[in-house]
Structures are given as C-alpha cells and as structure tokens.
Design a protein around this ligand. Structure first.
Ligand code: ADP
Ligand code: ZN
Ligand code: ZN
Length: 758
C-alpha cells in the first residue's frame, strides 16, 4: 500500500538529491585527504568509543547516524558520534563500516547536543544514553522513517506502452501491478517481479519515488473556554517569549486551569508553524489527557509512553521526527524525541518523582527538558500545584518567571482543612472517631469520600505479642507485609512471599497483624458502611490496563461513594463530587531518612486534598496525625504549600541540602558486605586530588535499607556548594572508579542530583 502525503518528493533511483550533493562533497574530500575516522559507540554501558573507517564508495556517515560494523567476531549496530582526523590506532588497523543504516542523523542538532551534554553531566556512557533514547525497534536497526521507495511508470514508459511496445508476460504483470498509483519496492520484490523491474528501470520506463508515511490524524480543533484573567496573563507572559528561551514556573492548584494554559500556548505555537513537547508524569498519561489534547488542537498529536507496543512507539517517534505530528505528549523519555520545529516545552506536575530515572542512565526528564528548551531557544513552562522546592528557589532567585493561578475554575472555594490528633482520638483499624463521623456525615449528604493511605496490603507487620518477633524478609532489612486476602506475607522491596504463619516460629504464641494498609481499611469501611459501594485503588487491585478506568468510572457515575487508595489516586484524576478527603497516616514522611521526605509528604497531602470540592460543593479535608505539633505539618496546614515551602527551604539552607548544595551519590551493592565497603573505600581513595577544597565526600555509609534482595548496599555521598566544581571533580573521578576492578558480583552506579539519598 502507498499513501499520498505532504512529504512526497521525487528522488533518484537510490538517493535523495540532498544526499547526492553530500556524496559529491565527500568524494572531493576523499580525493583531497584521507577519509575521516569515525568514532562509534554501542548499545552497551561501555565508557569508550571505537574507531572505524567509512565504507569505501559510500557517503560518510555523520554523527547521529547508525551503522553496522564488525565488532569482535560479530557485527553490531553502532552509532557514529564524531568524525576525527586522527585516532589512537593506525588507519591500517581499523575496520570499515559494513553498512550505513541511516541517510541522515536520527536527531535534530539541538537534541543531539542535549543528549551528548546529558552523557557528560550525568557521567554516563554515551552509547547507553544514545541507544537508550531510542525506541526499541530503532535500537535493533529498524528504519528511522517510514519513507518507502515506490516505482511508477515514467513518461517514456507510458508512451512506449501506449504505442504498443512489446512486453514479456512478467513485465506485463509488473506493469499491471504498478498501475496508476505505483507499487512499493518490497511488494514488487515479494511478488517475484524483481528481474522485470530491473529490466524496465534500466530502459528508463520506470522511475522511483520516495513517499512518506501518512501523518497521524489531525485533532478536532474545538475552541476552548474564555480564559480567566490569570490564565490570560500566563499565556501572554509565555507567549511574549516565543522564539527565545525563558523558564516559567506555572503554579496553580489542581483545577485552576493549567492544562488550559498549555493548550492555549500550544495553539499559538502551532499557528506559527512550530510544535510542542509536553511531558507528563508516568501515571498521569491517561487516555483522557491525550483525548483532551486531540479534541482541542487541530494538529496531529502523538503520545509516547512505556505501555505502547514497540511498533506503535516507533510510529509515534517517526511521526514526531518527520514533523507530521507537531505535538508530542509523553513521559520522561519523550524528552529525547527528535522534533524538527520545536516551539515550546511543557513539563506538567514538574515536582513529580517519576521524572527522575532511578536506574541505568539516572537523568531528570524535567531538567533535560529545560536544557533542551534552552538549546533550541524556546520557552519552557513548568507547571505544578505543588512545585518542587528547587523550582521555587529558582523562581525566587529570578531564574524562572513565576506565574500563578490562584483560583479554581469551578465555583467551590478552598477546602477546609482540619487536623485530627491521634494521641487523643485513638484510631480503630486506621480510622479515628472524628474521621468516622465525618465520613458518615458526608455520605448522608450524598457526597463522595476519598480515603488516602499510602500503604497497601492488610498490615505492615505480623507481630508476636509473646516475644516481640516480627516477620522479617529473609533477603532484605525489612518486615514482611501481611496480605490477608491471599493469606500471604509479602516483601514490598524484593517481592519474596511466604504463607501466613499460624503461630510465632520463635515461641509458639499467637500472632497478630499490627498497623494498617488499604486492605485492612477497606474491611473497616465495609463494616462501618455496609450499604455503600467502595472502590479501592492500589497496585494490588489495579493490575491490568482497564482496571483503573473501571474504578474511576464507578466513581464518576456515582455508583461508588467511597474511594480508598494509595498515591495512585493523588495524581491527575478528577473526582468532582468528592466532598471529603481523609488522610489516614500523615506521619510517614515526617521522619523519613531522606531529605526530601517532608517535601514529598506535603506534596501528597496538597495533591490529595486538591481532589475535594472540585465541583460546586466546597470540600473538607481531615488529616490524621500523631504529630500535630510538627513545625512543617503545622506550617503546611496554617500557611498552605507556599508557607511550607518557605520553611522547608530555610531548613535545607541551614542543613546544606539541595538546592543550596549539589550532590552526587556513588552507590554499590553486592551479596558480600565486605566487598561493598572495600570498593567504596577504594573509590574514595581514588578520588582525584584536584580541586578538592570545596568537595566533601561522606561515607561509606549503609543505605537506609542496608540489605535488599540479598544484596548489601552502601554509598558515598559527594557534596559541593558549586555545581561546576562538583562536575569537574566527577569527570575525573568516574574514570578512576571505572578503572577499579571490583569482584564480578559487585554493582555500582553514579547518581548525579539524586532524587533520594537514603
Ligand atoms: P489543571 O490542569 O490546573 O488541573 P484544567 O486546565 O484541567 O486545570 O482545568 C480544570 C477544569 O476547568 C477543566 O474541566 C477545564 O476544562 C476547566 N477550565 C479551565 N479553564 C477554564 C476557563 N477559563 N473557563 C471555564 N472552564 C475552564
Ligand atoms: Zn513469639
Ligand atoms: Zn525482601
């Protein structure tokens, strides 16, 4: 099948006109000098390039193009990252490229530069960065564009046939297949007409043509609502910056109309003939969001996220790269999508921890989105109802322009927040008496109730009252969680499971589950309100695609009036009829080992509280805590998120944590504890002496969970008040660390700007 398309263009039998010119220039260079040496990286975490020569009689591949090359005894797909005049080896020892896969670089220049910068900044092997930025099928050698070569009759061929020139039977069959529309080269070959094709092409009766894939369907382009004054001001501020870099922090409570601001900006960008990259957190990429963009925008929109099938992901990537889909909505890794005419970058819920990749190439999608906007020279909009402390500090320092949407677009006002002191209101199976009566009251008023508990399972511990034994995980420094409905004990860190014990293995006494998770609270709520339908949302019940839609559907149509769940509930979803939000265990984050624990807790509370009263009914929020006097919690409740952020930033400054210091973490783990510490001590000893004055190395220290899945874990924390100095230090250090020879079972990684340091 072939499709007519805007990108249809004539091409010579094998190359487009453009590359033929390149070829000529290359040929001239070839005659003048020797060909350049190609530096090639592979889809592995190796920290080095390999030198190759270009293939003879072929265009010299440019940086960002894939090539097949001999590698050891095999052939591998590599990526050219640079051309050089000289290499470390004599030319005679170099092997040549076997085949070029691409005819042009995979990325536009700015994006390719961002990728190289990211490999430097995160001190991660370039090959892993570049190949990791590609859809799987491209890593495996698929074509970067869906352009296909199509054969059709030339004028000469048409005339000859019209005037009755003789055609053999096979040639006749081929001409029949080609017809008026032409036929694709692979289809011709598959039909066994290859030989006839060659004969007729040589005679000049057939000509070839390159045709692009059809563009994705355009959106509906429905007009949006009239903007509020604050929305209008935000759109105008960013709109004035189109065409040059600027960073904007759009702070607006949930439902204040941030998405509408993005849409309006993107409309303007599209009118100017450019496109938009929109990053969203992993969990928020619901079909509803993409549908909303498709409805409002008239240009094709593609989505890029982890649950796409490989083929669909490749198609979306191709559509973005060719420009046929000028709007890309995607999760973290979509920041690497090539886009020829980027006009604005949006990062929604910029505080979300899913923007930081926690394994392999540990980058921040949000930070790279900003870097990309800067390199391309377009504005970046970071939106959030609970901005990260880093972003608030950047705004305070004048590096970001802060835009606020203080009001909700619905009629209901701010929810009323009350604290329930668990020391005087003892909870039964998780629920305090004031929480129970509030739930009862709201249900009687025909409201919906959301109960938030960020802990799944029935209970976090199985406890022996006889001797104090608590069921431990054999492989982790952690307790097993009770899953009563499945009669199992499960480790939430390594996945280990065992049958629920009947009696204490130490003393034979009876065991009891202590504490509560969502499963237990569900039981409690069902006992208290047996006639109300309840929907539970956590990873134990939402397992397949569609489960979430079904759960949300029951809430949306009002058939379920109690909604209970973990943080899966706090993001992105709209519950307009929820009038009461109850936060069951607000204390979990107050004393966390990580310096970001209180920030995360405040964000969760504000996010989940933001689900209350979005329609025309005002909301009520109850927060259960045993520490109502905790200064951060108190500040959050009395002064709101901004007040909290101010206080929390003061604490960070006093303690020398980010954004007032810059961090990197060298982590190591191994089944053998001594190996971990030996390696980290060697790494510390290998630290270059240069510029150490403002670099501090702390550790080795055990990780907060010192053993997980049978591996001992420890780390070195590197800290500096100056980012540049930290970078210079890391650049030298990582080579020294990579040169160490730890035992095979030891794994290590360097994490620059770690999201967590515990
Ligand atoms: P946010 O992204 O901040 O959560 P949204 O942009 O999703 O907010 O807006 C919340 C709701 O209000 C949506 O249903 C949206 O259609 C509606 N909305 C947004 N802006 C306006 C406006 N100016 N007038 C009327 N409704 C609006
Ligand atoms: Zn016991
Ligand atoms: Zn475990």
């Amino acid at each position: 099948m072939t499709h007519p398309s805007v990108s249809e263009r004539f091409a010579g039998p094998s190359h487009a006109g453009g590359s033929r010119i390149t070829q000529l220039t290359d040929l001239k260079e070839h005659l003048a000098h020797s060909p350049p040496i190609l530096q090639v990286v592979f889809d592995t975490p190796m920290r080095r390039c390999f030198d190759y020569l270009p293939a003879a009689d072929a265009p010299v591949p440019r940086p960002g193009e894939r090539v097949r090359v001999p590698f050891g005894r095999q052939r591998a797909i590599g990526m050219v990252v640079a051309q050089a005049d000289e290499g470390a080896w004599p030319r005679a020892k170099l092997k040549a490229v076997t085949q070029s896969i691409d005819t042009m670089p995979l990325w536009d220049e700015a994006t390719f530069r961002v990728l190289r910068w990211a490999a430097d900044y995160y001190h991660h092997p370039l090959g892993d960065v570049l190949f990791g930025a590609l859809p799987k099928m491209l890593r495996e050698g698929a074509a970067a564009s869906r352009d296909e070569v199509v054969w059709r009759l030339s004028d000469a061929g048409r005339e000859s046939i019209a005037t009755g020139a003789h055609l053999g039977s096979r040639q006749q069959a081929l001409v029949g297949m080609i017809g008026e529309d032409g036929a694709a080269a692979p289809a011709i070959a598959a039909a066994g007409h290859g030989a006839a094709l060659r004969v007729l092409a040589r005679r000049g009766w057939l000509e070839s043509l390159t045709r692009g894939a059809p563009p994705p369907p355009a959106g509906a382009g429905r007009p949006g609502p009239v903007l509020t004054a604050h929305q209008g001001a935000a759109v105008a501020a960013v709109g004035d910056s189109l065409g040059r870099f600027g960073a904007f922090l759009l702070h607006g409570v949930t439902g204040s109309g941030k998405t509408e601001v993005y849409l309006r900006l993107i409309e303007r960008v599209l009118e100017s003939g450019r496109g938009a990259l929109v990053l969203v957190p992993e969990i928020a990429l619901t079909p509803q969001l993409v549908a909303r963009f498709r409805e409002r925008l008239s240009a094709p929109v593609v989505a890029l996220h982890s649950s796409l099938a490989d083929g669909a992901r490749l198609e979306a990537w191709r559509a973005a790269r060719s420009g046929s889909a000028p709007v890309v909505i995607g999760t973290r890794s979509a920041v690497f999508t090539p886009m020829p005419t980027l006009g604005v970058v949006v990062v929604d819920e910029e505080h979300d921890s899913s923007y930081k990749q926690q394994e392999g190439f540990r980058y921040s999608g949000r930070d790279l989105a900003l870097m990309r906007a800067q390199r391309v020279g377009v504005p970046a909009v970071l939106g959030s109802s609970t901005p990260s402390l880093e972003s608030l500090a950047n705004a305070a320092a004048g590096r970001y322009v802060k835009l606020s949407l203080p009001e909700r677009t619905g009629r209901a006002g701010k929810p009323r927040v009350t604290v329930v002191d668990l020391r005087v209101n003892a909870a039964r199976d998780g629920l305090s008496p004031p929480a129970m009566s509030a739930i009862e009251r709201h249900l009687a008023d025909r409201g919906q109730v959301l109960v938030f508990l960020n802990r799944r399972g029935y209970a976090p511990t199985m406890f022996c009252s006889g001797c104090g034994w608590m069921a431990p995980c054999q492989a982790c420094d952690a307790r097993l969680t009770v899953h009563l409905s499945r009669a199992r004990l499960v480790c939430h860190h390594c996945g280990a499971e065992e049958a629920l014990p009947f009696a204490c293995p130490k003393c034979g006494s009876e065991l009891a589950p202590v504490g509560e998770g969502t499963e237990r609270v569900e039981t409690t709520l069902k006992q208290l309100f047996p006639h109300e339908a309840l929907v539970r949302v956590d990873r134990d019940v939402i397992r397949r695609r569609g489960d979430m839609e079904e759960a949300l559907g029951a809430v949306a149509d009002g058939s379920a009036r109690i909604l209970l769940g973990t943080q899966m509930l706090t993001k992105g979803h709209d519950f307009p009829d929820v009038t009461l939000v109850v936060v069951l265990a607000a204390d979990q984050g107050l004393f966390g080992a990580d310096f970001r624990a209180s920030e995360r807790l405040a964000q969760q509370i504000v996010q989940v509280a933001g689900r209350a009263g979005r329609g025309d009914r005002p909301g009520e929020v109850l927060i259960q805590t045993s520490y109502p006097e905790h200064p951060l919690l108190k500040c959050l409740i009395t002064r709101g998120y901004e007040g909290f952020a101010e206080l929390a930033l003061q604490e960070r400054r006093a303690a020398g944590w980010p954004p007032y210091a810059h961090l990197a973490l060298l982590r190591a783990d191994s089944p053998v504890r001594a190996e971990v510490y030996r390696f980290l001590e060697e790494a510390e000893a290998a630290a270059p002496a240069v510029r150490r004055s403002r670099i501090r190395i702390l550790g080795p220290a055990p990780a907060a969970m010192a053993r997980r899945a049978g591996r001992h874990r420890a780390q070195l924390l590197v800290e500096s008040p100056a980012r540049g100095e930290l970078q210079a230090f890391l650049a030298a250090w990582v080579d020294a660390v990579a040169a160490l020879k730890p035992p095979r079972a030891l794994r290590w990684s360097l994490d620059v700007d770690p999201a967590e340091v515990d």
